[in-house]
Design a protein around this ligand. Sequence first.
Ligand SMILES: Cc1cc2nc3c(=O)[nH]c(=O)nc-3n(C[C@H](O)[C@H](O)[C@H](O)COP(=O)(O)OP(=O)(O)OC[C@H]3O[C@@H](n4cnc5c(N)ncnc54)[C@H](O)[C@@H]3O)c2cc1C
Length: 508
Amino acid sequence: MDAASRVWHAHTFDKFEQPGRRVAVVGAGISGLVAAHELECRGYRVKVLEGTTRIGGRIHTHRFGRGPGAPSVELGAMRIPAHHHTTLEYIRRMGLDEKLRTFTTLLSDENAFLRTGDGFLRIRDAAAPLRENFLRELERHRPWQRPDDGIVAFGAWLTAIVDAIAPPDLREALRMDLRRQLLDLVALVDLGPHLRGPARDRVDLHSLFSAHPGIRAGCSARLNSFLDDILAETSPDLLRLHGGMDALPRAVAGRLRGPVLLGHRVTGIEVCDDGVRLTVRAGARTFEEHADLVVCTAPFPAVRRMRLRGLDADKLDVLREVEYCPATKVAVHCREAFWREGGIQGGASFTGGRVRQTYYPAADGEPGRGAALLASYTIGDEAARFGRMSVRRRHRLVLDELSAVHPELMTPGMVLDVVSVAWGNVPWSGGGCAYRWGKSDERCAQELRRAFRPVGRLFFAGEHCSTASAWIEGGIESALRAVEAVERHEPAHRTATAADRHDPAGAL
Ligand SMILES: Cc1cc2nc3c(=O)[nH]c(=O)nc-3n(C[C@H](O)[C@H](O)[C@H](O)COP(=O)(O)OP(=O)(O)OC[C@H]3O[C@@H](n4cnc5c(N)ncnc54)[C@H](O)[C@@H]3O)c2cc1C
């Protein structure tokens, strides 16, 4: 039986009733599924309760049509940085490494577009106008400074990337940090080895930051906390899964022996002396379920909606305090990949305006079934604004605005379908990811400790409980930590099952 049918037909509690420590995992996103799998490998009886009718949570591959040849687009996670070793290790263990492909990212296809003060330019033509804009900006803010060409190129490209990636509330602050601090630090290093392009007017930010990690030490906490994501999102070392990122959660679910119960929404959690009592709603039915242990991976906005009992004041506070960043994606099913005619083979444009980023996904589907375009990807307030619009208006606005760059979208019959997810409106997540950018390391570490801390036999996992929030890596990392915490809490169980511990699939 394949992973999907195994999940969809698992409507029984029987396996849970067998002897052994019984664990209920709340949420069938990547963290819940990994936690369930790891616990089963350690001899626990596990069942997963998922409120929606889909596994994967914020790993959400949308297919325009049925069957393996349908064009697909990622409405949630879409790329894996090569240094996310835990995610890649899990992909390998699930036998998916043959599906790994390079992910071409923002600003890396020379024919993609960049919005500048001078309108839309191809990336290959953008260096000089970006330089001019940056010089004008310096003139306004630091008229006494006359930096050399390399530094201007550095400032110009980093400003373009910040504009393309940062949420609006951080954008101007980051530009200010760049002008005030980073330029002075970069002036101390030899930029020569990091200049690229025939005119040597581009700076390879990745090689620069890895050759001179000390530059980071002088950045403000605000800039530093966002630099990792800036560098990750524009890295040449990004990967994806051919055919869709949902292969990962599906593969993990396929390894589970216990049930994954879809359409089972947890509406209440009560921590008791002998375990945890869950209130579960499935269709019209509401019932109570007692588990020896619970791992809750639901994002905190979803947990806030539950009736909570037996949790201490600090835990209730942190459940309320963790902020989430909205994220909205709008995807279009096109009759053909018209952008290839214009020389764009992949990657993404910084289209600015309300659309912000436009990705050209790899053509994994059958030719002749059309092509998927990730027309708009926004985060922060810009994503929230899309979330407040009606779906119809959101789609119309994206098509209208994007047609300034890609007028082919207005050709009759070109647009076959439009879909979108405004993650800030999704009750199961309440946002795209936990929002920690701009906070000091100390504040983040403290929030993480409080978010992760178990209460009795109630354990917490999910990207919001990890050092890699906003990434799949964070979901997996937190699940592994939660399983360790369960094991520490249950030394007797660990001893009893150590002898016959086994991996059901023989792969772990
Ligand atoms: C637009 C977007 C782009 C992203 N891009 C990337 C990327 O390129 N690369 C990357 O690595 N990461 C990316 N991420 C982040 C990544 O998707 C997440 O960090 C990761 O998938 C989170 O996994 P999780 O298991 O912690 O949470 P989720 O995937 O949210 O899983 C939680 C599960 O709990 C369920 N649930 C919630 N409430 C209840 C309830 N009351 N009862 C039962 N079930 C419940 C939810 O339905 C969900 O299935 C992106 C996220 C978004 C939204």
